[in-house]
Design a protein around this ligand. Sequence first.
Ligand code: GRF
Length: 203
Amino acid sequence: MFKIVVFASGSGSNLRSLLNEFDKSKDIRVDFVISDKIHPGAFDVAAEYSVPVLNVAETGKPGFLTYDALASVFTEKNINLIVLAGFLKKIPDSFVRTFRSRIINIHPALLPGFGGAGMYGIRVHRAVFESGVKISGATIHFVDEYYDHGKIIAQAAVDIKDALSPEDIAGLVLKTEHKLLPETVRKIAAGKLKEIDNRIIIL
Ligand code: GRF
């Protein structure tokens, strides 16, 4: 069994796309949903699928695990992949080092454009809209110590030439995210990723 955990701060629509896809799977399972928020929409989604939830905070807070405690849980449970799906906090460097090449993030634009500190949610789509580009998309990349910077695993382009607002772009991109994320997780679980000359190739 390939075990994943999903980190989410928001409504959890990407989480839902994973749970829809893998709910009946014999090979891939979502073991936990983690959030920095006490009760994000993503926890309601997790409850629908009876997936346990945990809270994490960088410094000890009642009811919240620290990243070190979370790392122990993941190691004990043999978690294979950590998926950041709309998780707004930066992952501490020590946690990244412990799970290097086992943490992925979905970003709602085509990196390396429109990423970096402060580029999340509607801010990304606003920057894309204001730039006048005609194509946006979604990127899945490994998480390293810098915002939106790790190696790119998969991208999907979205035609936004007819979009009339950042919200329009957000809707179009989100639809694509819901396809790209489960598809990419499936390929990772199947061992189809290879690093060639510093680039990630999907076989
Ligand atoms: C998605 O666009 C994701 O790429 C971004 O935040 C949004 C989260 O949406 N990082 P949801 O919580 O999965 O609905």
